[in-house]
Design a protein around this ligand. Structure first.
Ligand code: 13P
Ligand code: SF4
Length: 303
């Protein structure tokens, strides 16, 4: 059955002149069929340089929206229309406009996990892999950061020269990782390094040997001399970790570390997406223009 889907995907991809990209939290079979698998930053950059006229984005909506904003001339399709990010939904453009009024003169740095309308209200966008570089590179000292308070405080600690005000959002999946459980699993695997995503709470991130983006976690594990790792992020990263490091052992912090929105994409939904040309991402021109400015500034400062 899967082989049948894979054949159809490969055939339809040619017919539609499409490239398939997948985030590292996608189901294993989706990652296997994609032309490129990456973190939010790598994927947004990759999509800007593709010759194909259609991008099939296997991820959640803010990622596909970012691809559309950066490549407005392309058709960007998302296989599942309601694959969203609960953290991105924790701030609206209206809420951000009100918040900005409380902090006149502050620059707004927004996590890529946000809607296009929120990006349009921002001065610069960051991802977990470039946030430190981008924030350090900003000339402004006073910064509003949202929606993720955990990534924000992780960055703020490393940038004492900046005055960062945080929005109170978080990722429900990464919030399932508790300090007590981390201490317990560290005792069980004393030789393992702990690698976490900065969307984890600060008490968890502080215990880690490395905190970084999904790609950062994979690169760290691949380069490390250690043979065992405890992984504190969404379970999807295990696919690339094991594929790239067959001789190393990986222990996921908990089997509950599942982002259900990321798991909505299946091979069948990719076939439907390519066959019907659904679901097309639209971003209103005015919003796209402003959001692109903030994304372009990220690409510039994150270089
Ligand atoms: P990355 O930027 O590491 O891909 O993370 C995106 C994300 O949604 C993490 O929860
Ligand atoms: Fe959003 Fe968390 Fe899912 Fe990432 S893992 S897409 S932040 S809900």
């Amino acid at each position: 059955m899967d082989n049948n889907f894979i054949e159809r995907i490969n055939k339809l991809k040619q017919e539609r002149n499409a490239v398939i990209v997948a985030h590292m939290y996608q189901n294993d079979e989706v990652q296997a069929v994609a032309d490129m698998v990456g973190d939010s930053y790598a994927l947004s950059k990759y999509c800007t340089n593709r010759p194909e006229s259609t991008i099939v984005f296997c991820g959640v909506d803010f990622m596909a929206e970012s691809a559309k904003i950066l490549s407005p001339e392309k058709t960007v399709l998302i296989p599942v229309a309601d694959a969203g990010c609960p953290m991105a939904d924790m701030i609206t453009a209206e809420q951000l406009r009100e918040f900005k009024k409380q902090y006149p003169g502050y620059a707004v740095a927004t996590y890529i996990n946000s809607s296009a309308a929120v990006k349009a209200e921002s001065d610069v966008i960051v991802t977990s892999s470039n946030a430190l570089k981008v924030i350090r590179g900003m000339e402004e000292k006073n910064i509003i950061f949202g929606p993720d308070r955990n990534l924000g405080s992780f960055i703020a600690k490393q940038c004492p020269e900046k005055n960062i005000v945080l929005w109170d959002g978080f990722c429900p999946t990464h919030h399932k990782i508790k300090k007590e459980d981390v201490l317990e699993i560290k005792e069980k695997y004393p030789n393992a390094e702990l690698l976490v995503h900065p969307e984890c709470t600060p008490d968890v991130t502080e215990l880690a040997d490395y905190a970084g983006s999904t790609k950062g976690i994979i690169d760290y594990a691949t380069a490390s001399e250690s043979k065992e790792f405890i992984i504190g992020t969404e379970v999807g990263v295990m696919y690339q970790l094991k594929k790239n490091n067959p001789d190393k052992k990986f222990y996921i912090m908990s089997c509950e570390l599942v982002c259900h929105n990321m798991k909505k994409t299946t091979l069948e939904s990719i076939v439907n997406c390519l066959e019907k040309g659904e679901h097309k991402i639209y971003v209103p021109d005015e919003v796209a223009k402003k959001a692109k400015k903030a994304l372009d500034r990220m690409l510039e400062l994150g270089k």
